[in-house]
Design a protein around this ligand. Structure first.
Ligand SMILES: Cc1ncc(COP(=O)(O)O)c(C=O)c1O
Length: 393
Protein backbone atom coordinates (compact mmCIF):
# COMPACT_ATOMS: atom_id res chain seq x y z
CA UNK A 1 0.00 0.00 0.00
CA UNK A 2 2.81 2.41 0.94
CA UNK A 3 4.01 2.42 -2.70
CA UNK A 4 0.92 4.35 -3.68
CA UNK A 5 1.92 7.29 -1.51
CA UNK A 6 3.99 10.07 -3.02
CA UNK A 7 7.75 9.82 -3.31
CA UNK A 8 8.00 13.17 -1.53
CA UNK A 9 6.16 11.83 1.48
CA UNK A 10 8.06 8.57 1.56
CA UNK A 11 11.36 10.48 1.43
CA UNK A 12 10.60 12.26 4.70
CA UNK A 13 12.08 10.56 7.74
CA UNK A 14 10.15 10.27 11.00
CA UNK A 15 11.63 11.67 14.20
CA UNK A 16 13.79 8.80 15.36
CA UNK A 17 13.27 9.85 18.96
CA UNK A 18 9.58 8.94 18.59
CA UNK A 19 10.48 5.26 18.85
CA UNK A 20 12.26 6.04 22.11
CA UNK A 21 9.37 8.20 23.28
CA UNK A 22 6.90 5.38 22.61
CA UNK A 23 9.08 3.05 24.68
CA UNK A 24 9.42 5.72 27.40
CA UNK A 25 5.63 6.00 27.57
CA UNK A 26 5.34 2.22 27.75
CA UNK A 27 7.79 2.13 30.66
CA UNK A 28 5.90 4.93 32.35
CA UNK A 29 2.58 3.11 31.90
CA UNK A 30 4.22 0.10 33.56
CA UNK A 31 4.95 2.27 36.60
CA UNK A 32 8.55 3.35 35.99
CA UNK A 33 9.58 6.92 36.72
CA UNK A 34 10.96 8.18 33.40
CA UNK A 35 12.89 11.48 33.27
CA UNK A 36 12.18 13.17 29.95
CA UNK A 37 15.11 15.11 28.54
CA UNK A 38 14.15 14.45 24.94
CA UNK A 39 11.34 16.96 24.59
CA UNK A 40 11.93 20.21 22.71
CA UNK A 41 9.37 22.35 24.45
CA UNK A 42 9.30 24.31 27.70
CA UNK A 43 8.00 22.34 30.68
CA UNK A 44 6.19 25.49 31.89
CA UNK A 45 2.55 25.82 30.93
CA UNK A 46 1.46 29.03 29.18
CA UNK A 47 1.72 32.07 31.48
CA UNK A 48 -1.53 32.97 33.25
CA UNK A 49 -2.11 36.40 31.58
CA UNK A 50 -1.90 34.76 28.13
CA UNK A 51 -4.31 31.99 29.14
CA UNK A 52 -6.73 34.58 30.57
CA UNK A 53 -6.59 36.56 27.31
CA UNK A 54 -7.28 33.35 25.37
CA UNK A 55 -10.26 32.51 27.59
CA UNK A 56 -11.63 36.04 27.21
CA UNK A 57 -11.22 35.79 23.43
CA UNK A 58 -13.23 32.56 23.35
CA UNK A 59 -15.92 34.03 25.60
CA UNK A 60 -16.13 37.09 23.33
CA UNK A 61 -16.65 34.85 20.30
CA UNK A 62 -13.30 35.36 18.57
CA UNK A 63 -13.61 31.95 16.97
CA UNK A 64 -13.60 32.78 13.27
CA UNK A 65 -10.92 33.19 10.64
CA UNK A 66 -8.83 36.33 10.82
CA UNK A 67 -7.19 38.08 7.87
CA UNK A 68 -4.58 35.79 6.28
CA UNK A 69 -1.79 38.10 7.45
CA UNK A 70 -3.12 38.01 11.00
CA UNK A 71 -4.73 40.47 13.41
CA UNK A 72 -3.49 44.01 12.76
CA UNK A 73 -3.25 44.61 16.53
CA UNK A 74 -0.94 41.62 16.94
CA UNK A 75 1.25 42.65 14.00
CA UNK A 76 1.54 46.09 15.57
CA UNK A 77 2.36 44.59 18.97
CA UNK A 78 5.15 42.53 17.39
CA UNK A 79 6.51 45.64 15.65
CA UNK A 80 6.45 47.35 19.06
CA UNK A 81 8.42 44.43 20.51
CA UNK A 82 11.13 44.86 17.85
CA UNK A 83 11.31 48.57 18.75
CA UNK A 84 11.58 47.83 22.45
CA UNK A 85 13.94 44.81 22.41
CA UNK A 86 16.10 45.51 19.35
CA UNK A 87 15.67 49.27 18.77
CA UNK A 88 14.41 48.34 15.30
CA UNK A 89 11.66 50.07 13.41
CA UNK A 90 9.77 47.33 11.54
CA UNK A 91 6.69 48.26 9.54
CA UNK A 92 3.83 45.98 10.75
CA UNK A 93 2.94 45.57 7.08
CA UNK A 94 6.02 43.35 6.77
CA UNK A 95 4.81 40.96 9.49
CA UNK A 96 2.64 37.91 8.79
CA UNK A 97 1.18 35.84 11.63
CA UNK A 98 1.53 32.11 10.93
CA UNK A 99 0.53 28.76 12.48
CA UNK A 100 3.76 28.32 14.48
CA UNK A 101 7.24 29.05 13.22
CA UNK A 102 6.53 25.98 11.10
CA UNK A 103 3.94 27.97 9.14
CA UNK A 104 6.51 30.72 8.54
CA UNK A 105 8.98 28.13 7.26
CA UNK A 106 6.33 26.68 4.95
CA UNK A 107 5.52 30.09 3.45
CA UNK A 108 9.15 31.10 3.05
CA UNK A 109 10.35 27.89 1.46
CA UNK A 110 7.32 27.78 -0.87
CA UNK A 111 7.99 31.38 -1.90
CA UNK A 112 11.73 31.12 -2.49
CA UNK A 113 12.59 27.61 -3.64
CA UNK A 114 11.78 26.15 -7.04
CA UNK A 115 11.89 22.39 -7.69
CA UNK A 116 15.49 21.19 -7.94
CA UNK A 117 16.90 24.26 -6.15
CA UNK A 118 18.54 24.09 -2.76
CA UNK A 119 19.25 25.97 0.44
CA UNK A 120 22.41 25.52 2.45
CA UNK A 121 21.68 24.21 5.94
CA UNK A 122 23.96 23.42 8.87
CA UNK A 123 24.27 19.72 9.77
CA UNK A 124 23.46 19.14 12.65
CA UNK A 125 20.28 21.20 12.48
CA UNK A 126 16.52 21.15 12.95
CA UNK A 127 15.32 18.19 10.84
CA UNK A 128 12.03 19.65 9.60
CA UNK A 129 13.90 22.27 7.56
CA UNK A 130 15.23 19.72 5.11
CA UNK A 131 11.91 17.88 5.11
CA UNK A 132 9.99 21.04 4.18
CA UNK A 133 12.41 21.56 1.30
CA UNK A 134 11.84 17.99 0.14
CA UNK A 135 8.10 18.48 0.32
CA UNK A 136 8.24 21.37 -2.15
CA UNK A 137 10.57 19.34 -4.41
CA UNK A 138 13.57 21.45 -3.46
CA UNK A 139 16.58 20.13 -1.58
CA UNK A 140 18.73 20.74 1.46
CA UNK A 141 22.43 21.16 0.82
CA UNK A 142 23.65 19.89 4.17
CA UNK A 143 26.90 21.50 5.32
CA UNK A 144 28.76 19.54 8.00
CA UNK A 145 29.61 21.87 10.89
CA UNK A 146 31.46 21.28 14.14
CA UNK A 147 32.68 23.10 17.22
CA UNK A 148 35.35 24.98 15.22
CA UNK A 149 32.57 27.11 13.69
CA UNK A 150 30.30 26.80 16.72
CA UNK A 151 28.05 24.58 14.58
CA UNK A 152 27.04 27.53 12.39
CA UNK A 153 27.41 28.34 8.69
CA UNK A 154 30.15 30.85 7.83
CA UNK A 155 30.88 32.86 4.64
CA UNK A 156 33.72 30.40 3.90
CA UNK A 157 31.39 27.42 4.17
CA UNK A 158 28.86 29.17 1.95
CA UNK A 159 31.60 29.71 -0.65
CA UNK A 160 32.66 26.07 -0.45
CA UNK A 161 29.22 24.45 -0.63
CA UNK A 162 27.32 26.84 -2.93
CA UNK A 163 26.48 25.14 -6.23
CA UNK A 164 24.62 26.02 -9.42
CA UNK A 165 21.27 25.07 -7.82
CA UNK A 166 21.77 26.98 -4.55
CA UNK A 167 19.33 29.84 -3.99
CA UNK A 168 19.78 30.64 -0.34
CA UNK A 169 20.78 29.61 3.17
CA UNK A 170 18.71 28.95 6.27
CA UNK A 171 20.44 29.43 9.61
CA UNK A 172 19.13 29.37 13.17
CA UNK A 173 20.22 31.54 16.08
CA UNK A 174 20.02 30.21 18.76
CA UNK A 175 20.26 26.85 17.03
CA UNK A 176 18.63 23.51 17.70
CA UNK A 177 20.31 21.13 18.73
CA UNK A 178 23.45 23.06 19.72
CA UNK A 179 22.14 26.25 21.34
CA UNK A 180 24.80 28.39 19.64
CA UNK A 181 24.16 31.94 18.43
CA UNK A 182 25.13 33.92 15.38
CA UNK A 183 26.38 37.28 16.59
CA UNK A 184 25.72 40.51 14.73
CA UNK A 185 29.03 40.55 12.80
CA UNK A 186 28.52 36.92 11.82
CA UNK A 187 25.01 37.64 10.57
CA UNK A 188 26.42 40.56 8.57
CA UNK A 189 29.08 38.27 7.07
CA UNK A 190 26.46 35.72 6.03
CA UNK A 191 24.28 38.46 4.61
CA UNK A 192 27.17 39.70 2.43
CA UNK A 193 28.01 36.15 1.31
CA UNK A 194 24.42 35.55 0.23
CA UNK A 195 24.03 38.94 -1.47
CA UNK A 196 27.22 38.38 -3.49
CA UNK A 197 25.60 35.24 -4.88
CA UNK A 198 22.10 36.67 -5.36
CA UNK A 199 20.77 34.23 -2.74
CA UNK A 200 18.27 34.69 0.08
CA UNK A 201 19.17 34.65 3.75
CA UNK A 202 16.53 33.08 5.99
CA UNK A 203 17.09 33.23 9.74
CA UNK A 204 15.20 31.12 12.25
CA UNK A 205 14.99 33.30 15.37
CA UNK A 206 12.50 31.00 17.08
CA UNK A 207 14.60 30.68 20.25
CA UNK A 208 15.14 34.42 20.62
CA UNK A 209 14.45 35.53 24.16
CA UNK A 210 15.99 32.33 25.52
CA UNK A 211 19.61 33.47 25.72
CA UNK A 212 21.86 33.48 28.74
CA UNK A 213 24.27 36.29 29.50
CA UNK A 214 23.97 37.73 25.97
CA UNK A 215 21.24 39.30 23.90
CA UNK A 216 20.63 37.71 20.51
CA UNK A 217 20.94 40.07 17.57
CA UNK A 218 18.24 39.89 14.93
CA UNK A 219 19.43 39.63 11.36
CA UNK A 220 17.12 42.60 10.72
CA UNK A 221 19.72 44.79 12.47
CA UNK A 222 22.08 44.18 9.56
CA UNK A 223 19.97 43.05 6.61
CA UNK A 224 16.52 44.37 5.76
CA UNK A 225 16.18 41.89 2.90
CA UNK A 226 16.47 38.80 5.11
CA UNK A 227 13.46 36.63 5.93
CA UNK A 228 12.95 36.06 9.67
CA UNK A 229 11.04 33.12 11.14
CA UNK A 230 9.83 33.50 14.70
CA UNK A 231 7.40 31.86 17.07
CA UNK A 232 5.31 32.17 20.20
CA UNK A 233 6.23 28.56 21.03
CA UNK A 234 9.47 28.75 22.96
CA UNK A 235 10.19 32.03 24.81
CA UNK A 236 6.48 32.83 25.04
CA UNK A 237 5.69 29.24 26.07
CA UNK A 238 2.77 28.67 23.68
CA UNK A 239 3.76 25.50 21.80
CA UNK A 240 0.24 24.07 21.66
CA UNK A 241 -1.42 27.31 20.53
CA UNK A 242 0.33 27.03 17.15
CA UNK A 243 1.36 30.61 16.58
CA UNK A 244 4.41 32.22 15.00
CA UNK A 245 5.33 35.02 12.67
CA UNK A 246 7.37 35.93 9.64
CA UNK A 247 9.09 39.23 8.87
CA UNK A 248 9.59 39.58 5.12
CA UNK A 249 10.92 42.28 2.81
CA UNK A 250 8.01 44.58 1.77
CA UNK A 251 8.04 43.40 -1.86
CA UNK A 252 7.42 39.77 -0.82
CA UNK A 253 4.39 40.37 1.40
CA UNK A 254 1.58 40.21 -1.18
CA UNK A 255 2.90 36.95 -2.60
CA UNK A 256 3.25 35.46 0.89
CA UNK A 257 -0.27 36.58 1.77
CA UNK A 258 -1.59 34.75 -1.29
CA UNK A 259 0.20 31.57 -0.20
CA UNK A 260 -1.13 31.93 3.36
CA UNK A 261 -4.71 32.34 2.09
CA UNK A 262 -4.39 29.13 0.13
CA UNK A 263 -2.36 27.01 2.53
CA UNK A 264 -4.12 27.60 5.85
CA UNK A 265 -6.45 30.67 5.50
CA UNK A 266 -5.32 32.15 8.83
CA UNK A 267 -3.50 31.30 12.04
CA UNK A 268 -5.82 30.33 14.94
CA UNK A 269 -7.79 33.43 15.92
CA UNK A 270 -8.14 32.65 19.65
CA UNK A 271 -4.39 32.09 19.85
CA UNK A 272 -3.77 35.44 18.17
CA UNK A 273 -6.00 37.21 20.69
CA UNK A 274 -4.26 35.40 23.53
CA UNK A 275 -0.84 36.41 22.18
CA UNK A 276 -1.74 40.08 22.50
CA UNK A 277 -1.10 39.57 26.22
CA UNK A 278 2.47 38.37 25.56
CA UNK A 279 3.88 41.86 25.39
CA UNK A 280 2.34 43.20 28.61
CA UNK A 281 4.88 43.97 31.35
CA UNK A 282 3.38 41.42 33.79
CA UNK A 283 3.70 38.64 31.17
CA UNK A 284 7.23 39.62 30.20
CA UNK A 285 8.17 39.55 33.90
CA UNK A 286 7.00 35.91 34.11
CA UNK A 287 8.84 35.00 30.90
CA UNK A 288 12.04 36.60 32.18
CA UNK A 289 11.79 34.57 35.41
CA UNK A 290 11.50 31.45 33.29
CA UNK A 291 14.50 32.48 31.23
CA UNK A 292 16.54 32.78 34.45
CA UNK A 293 15.35 29.34 35.45
CA UNK A 294 16.53 27.89 32.12
CA UNK A 295 19.90 29.58 32.67
CA UNK A 296 20.22 28.00 36.14
CA UNK A 297 19.50 24.62 34.61
CA UNK A 298 22.07 25.09 31.85
CA UNK A 299 24.62 26.28 34.39
CA UNK A 300 24.04 23.10 36.39
CA UNK A 301 23.73 20.51 33.62
CA UNK A 302 26.59 21.64 31.37
CA UNK A 303 29.42 21.15 33.91
CA UNK A 304 27.73 18.08 35.41
CA UNK A 305 27.66 16.28 32.04
CA UNK A 306 31.18 17.40 31.19
CA UNK A 307 32.37 15.98 34.48
CA UNK A 308 30.86 12.62 33.53
CA UNK A 309 32.89 12.61 30.29
CA UNK A 310 30.40 14.02 27.78
CA UNK A 311 32.19 16.37 25.42
CA UNK A 312 30.30 19.62 24.95
CA UNK A 313 32.89 21.64 23.11
CA UNK A 314 30.98 24.91 22.82
CA UNK A 315 29.09 26.54 25.66
CA UNK A 316 25.55 27.04 24.34
CA UNK A 317 24.34 30.60 24.76
CA UNK A 318 20.67 29.97 24.11
CA UNK A 319 17.68 27.63 23.57
CA UNK A 320 17.38 24.76 26.08
CA UNK A 321 19.61 22.09 24.61
CA UNK A 322 23.03 20.55 25.16
CA UNK A 323 24.51 18.69 22.21
CA UNK A 324 27.02 16.21 23.55
CA UNK A 325 29.71 14.09 21.94
CA UNK A 326 29.63 10.60 23.46
CA UNK A 327 32.68 9.19 21.67
CA UNK A 328 34.56 8.91 24.98
CA UNK A 329 32.14 6.13 25.93
CA UNK A 330 32.18 4.32 22.58
CA UNK A 331 29.26 2.83 20.70
CA UNK A 332 26.37 4.17 18.71
CA UNK A 333 24.21 7.06 19.93
CA UNK A 334 20.89 5.33 19.30
CA UNK A 335 21.97 2.25 21.29
CA UNK A 336 23.36 4.60 23.94
CA UNK A 337 19.98 6.34 24.26
CA UNK A 338 18.21 2.97 24.40
CA UNK A 339 20.55 1.81 27.16
CA UNK A 340 19.79 4.81 29.38
CA UNK A 341 16.08 4.54 28.75
CA UNK A 342 15.94 0.81 29.51
CA UNK A 343 18.29 0.71 32.50
CA UNK A 344 17.96 4.15 34.11
CA UNK A 345 14.70 5.47 32.64
CA UNK A 346 16.25 8.67 31.36
CA UNK A 347 15.19 9.68 27.84
CA UNK A 348 17.26 11.86 25.52
CA UNK A 349 17.59 12.23 21.76
CA UNK A 350 20.06 10.51 19.40
CA UNK A 351 22.04 12.71 17.00
CA UNK A 352 20.47 10.95 14.03
CA UNK A 353 17.44 13.21 14.40
CA UNK A 354 19.52 16.27 13.50
CA UNK A 355 21.34 15.17 10.36
CA UNK A 356 24.16 12.92 9.23
CA UNK A 357 27.39 14.57 10.28
CA UNK A 358 28.89 12.54 13.17
CA UNK A 359 25.28 11.89 14.18
CA UNK A 360 25.99 8.45 15.64
CA UNK A 361 28.36 9.91 18.19
CA UNK A 362 26.13 12.70 19.49
CA UNK A 363 23.05 13.02 21.67
CA UNK A 364 20.89 15.99 22.65
CA UNK A 365 19.73 16.73 26.17
CA UNK A 366 16.82 19.17 26.61
CA UNK A 367 16.85 20.85 30.02
CA UNK A 368 13.08 21.07 30.05
CA UNK A 369 12.84 19.63 33.58
CA UNK A 370 13.32 21.40 36.89
CA UNK A 371 16.63 21.45 38.72
CA UNK A 372 15.95 18.63 41.23
CA UNK A 373 14.83 16.43 38.35
CA UNK A 374 17.99 17.26 36.39
CA UNK A 375 20.08 16.36 39.43
CA UNK A 376 18.29 13.04 39.62
CA UNK A 377 18.92 12.51 35.90
CA UNK A 378 22.65 13.17 36.34
CA UNK A 379 22.83 10.62 39.17
CA UNK A 380 21.11 8.04 37.00
CA UNK A 381 23.32 8.81 33.99
CA UNK A 382 26.45 8.44 36.14
CA UNK A 383 25.20 5.02 37.23
CA UNK A 384 24.17 4.02 33.71
CA UNK A 385 27.60 4.83 32.34
CA UNK A 386 29.03 2.14 34.56
CA UNK A 387 26.83 -0.50 32.98
CA UNK A 388 27.20 0.78 29.37
CA UNK A 389 28.84 -1.85 27.16
CA UNK A 390 29.36 -0.33 23.69
CA UNK A 391 29.96 -3.69 22.07
CA UNK A 392 27.12 -5.54 23.74
CA UNK A 393 24.58 -5.04 20.92
C1 LIG B 1 14.86 25.39 15.26
C2 LIG B 1 13.37 25.25 15.25
N1 LIG B 1 12.67 25.89 14.30
C3 LIG B 1 11.34 25.77 14.24
C4 LIG B 1 10.62 25.03 15.14
C5 LIG B 1 9.12 24.97 14.98
O1 LIG B 1 8.43 25.42 16.10
P1 LIG B 1 6.95 25.98 16.09
O2 LIG B 1 6.28 25.57 14.83
O3 LIG B 1 6.30 25.41 17.31
O4 LIG B 1 7.09 27.48 16.17
C6 LIG B 1 11.30 24.33 16.15
C7 LIG B 1 10.58 23.46 17.12
O5 LIG B 1 11.16 22.71 17.87
C8 LIG B 1 12.72 24.45 16.19
O6 LIG B 1 13.44 23.80 17.13
Amino acid sequence: MAQSYSARSRAIEPFHVMALLARANQLQAAGFDVIHLEIGEPDFTTAAPIVAAGQAALAAGHTRYTAARGLPALREAIAGFYAQRYRLSIDPERILITPGGSGALLLTSALLVDPGKNWLLADPGYPCNRHFLRLIEGAAQLVPVGPEVRYQLTPELIARHWDKDSVGALVASPANPTGTLLHRDELAGLSRALKERGGHLVVDEIYHGLTYGVDASSVLEVDDDAFVLNSFSKYFGMTGWRLGWLVAPPAAVAELEKLAQNLYISAPSMAQHAALACFEPQTLAILEQRRHEFQRRRDYLLPALRELGFKIAVEPEGAFYLYADISAFGGDAFAFCQHFLETEHVAFTPGLDFGRHLASQHVRFAYTQDLPRLQQAVERIARGLKSWRPDAL
